[in-house]
Design a protein around this ligand. Structure first.
Ligand code: FAD
Length: 471
């Protein structure tokens, strides 16, 4: 019988659970990708991320072709039209079973529920598989069967299960013996504002090589280098993980091959990298346990009482890298120009928006999503709520990053700052984090700090304190 594999955020043929199981169960297969531009607009998906997807789809099509699986491309406005589209494609090609990998965000879950019901009315089976995490969301629980609210105990339990399971990637399925012939696969033309993601290769082998090179050459020093934005010390694999061009199991398989003892070496670079992959899993587990996170709610409900400031001017200064705090501005310009930002800088800029400017974390979450090539709802929402102290962080709300000392610590000579703020190229190292204090500052076109950090910090702390006391 004929099966259909519906690709979404899992754009690969290796270690793809739905594809692998479909190939085991069906004699013949077709594949489908449905682009939904209006939905992406609503979700603030960045044009650069869609461009990456646009460049990846033809490669996926070729890979599937080699397996005897034609990839059909369709475009509709939004998720509302998905059930009907799936039904039409299934009827046209005599499909009796649709396979796909789960997406855990609320709208995506609703879409799949509706699609499953609609298909069932026409006797088409619909199977959804856990795939995008090493350990499926919902599986890492406390002894009472509840979700973990804090990362460290989550990680302990995750590691316990990981040792017991030792998950390995699934192979590419064998080619289908008798491929379905499709007369109109549909031209791959994704309608979305244009952007250029060419700095990010999309070929299978190049992505794999990036992973292998990182694990062989850089992971050992990861824990020492990961916080320095001027150093290329992290894997830069997040755009691929976000669109599923690479799976976390593939990442861990290579990591374990290179550093087999890392689970017992918590001080090592390899463990530190694994730790970040576990953060990714933690945030996905949270989405499943707390679906309200997808509906704009803070994890700590009392933080709804915080009186955020409304200022389109301050927000715009942050968005465009014009705050007068060089590390913040350099980071924002890097984001706006490249679709990428280093993790340490995501934390600094998010803290600055939510604590120094006391602007609602959702404004930052949305701006990041609309710019990031690796935009991922769970990690972005988790990161923003962590920085804003509205999330799961064990640290209390009075942690407020000082943007000047953060710059001094993580970009001591201002190398990163000078790469992105050309106007500061002649400022001496001594003043690079506070150029307004440089006697020559009149010669440069760079704003003075838009807030006084000391005062802003006190205001943020007292606003959170008032909100907490009002709960
Ligand atoms: P590496 O350091 O090499 O880490 C390996 C992988 O682990 C990453 O590719 C990523 O998938 C995962 N990872 C690393 N750090 C984190 C983390 N803190 N939380 C969750 N997963 C992590 N990550 C996204 O993928 N998409 C986002 O939209 C996103 N938004 C963020 C917003 C804020 C405010 C913050 C503080 C963090 C955000 N992150 C997001 C997490 C993190 O900044 C990026 O995953 C990381 O910078 C990607 O670089 P890398 O691939 O070199 O990571």
């Amino acid at each position: 019988h004929i099966g259909l594999v519906w690709f979404r955020a899992d754009l690969r043929v290796v270690d793809n659970t739905a594809l692998f199981i479909a190939a085991e169960q069906c004699d013949q297969l077709i594949a489908l990708y449905v682009s939904t531009p209006m939905q992406w607009h609503e979700h603030h998906v960045a044009p650069i991320q869609v461009d990456l997807l646009r460049r990846r789809l033809p490669i996926l099509q070729q890979q599937l072709e080699a397996l005897g699986i034609p990839l059909i491309f369709k475009e509709v406005a939004d998720f509302e039209q998905i059930p009907q589209t799936l039904l039409e494609v299934s009827s046209k090609h005599g499909v009796s079973h649709v396979f796909c990998n789960k997406q855990y965000e609320w709208n995506e879950l609703q879409r799949d529920d509706k699609t499953g019901h609609r298909l069932a009315q026409e006797q088409v089976k619909f199977s959804v598989f856990d795939d995008s995490c090493v350990i499926a969301p919902g599986k890492v629980q406390t002894q009472k069967g509840e979700a973990f609210k804090v990362f460290t105990p989550f990680r302990r339990e995750w590691l316990k299960q990981f040792r017991a399971l030792s998950p390995t990637p699934l192979p590419i399925p064998e080619p289908v013996e008798n491929p379905v012939v499709v007369d109109e696969p549909g031209q791959i033309t994704v309608t979305y504002p244009s952007s250029d993601s060419m700095a990010w290769p999309v070929e299978e082998e190049t992505i794999r090589q990036r992973l292998v090179t990182f694990c062989y050459e850089k992971v050992e020093d990861y824990h020492q280098q990961r916080d320095i934005p001027a150093i290329d010390g992290t894997s830069c694999l997040s755009p691929y993980l976000a669109l599923g061009m690479l799976s976390p199991r593939q990442c861990i398989a290579v990591l374990m091959a290179v550093s087999p003892m890392c689970l017992d070496a918590p001080e090592s670079g390899a463990f530190s990298w694994l730790n970040e992959i576990i953060w990714r899993e933690f945030y996905r587990h949270l989405l499943v346990a707390y679906p309200d996170l997808c509906r704009g709610q803070p994890f700590q409900s009392w933080t709804q009482n915080v009186q955020w400031q409304q200022s389109s001017e301050l927000l715009s200064a942050w968005q465009h890298g014009l705050t007068g705090f060089p590390i913040v501005d350099a980071a924002m310009r890097q984001l706006n120009q490249t679709g990428w930002m280093h993790n340490r800088l995501r934390m600094i800029t998010a803290s600055f928006l939510t604590k120094d400017l006391l602007i609602h974390w959702q404004a930052g979450e949305q701006w990041f999503m609309s710019k990031l090539i690796d935009g991922d709802f769970a990690s972005n929402n988790g990161g923003w709520q962590w920085a804003a102290s509205t999330g799961t962080d064990a640290q209390p709300y009075f942690r407020v990053f000082n943007p000047t000392t953060q710059g001094e610590r993580f970009d001591p000579k201002g190398e990163f700052i000078r790469t992105w703020l050309h106007e500061l190229k002649d400022v001496p190292d001594k003043y690079i984090h506070q150029p307004h204090l440089w006697p020559g500052s009149e010669q440069i076109h760079y704003p003075k700090p838009i807030v006084d950090h000391k005062q802003a910090r006190l205001l943020a702390i007292s606003s959170f304190k008032i909100a907490k006391e009002a709960q």
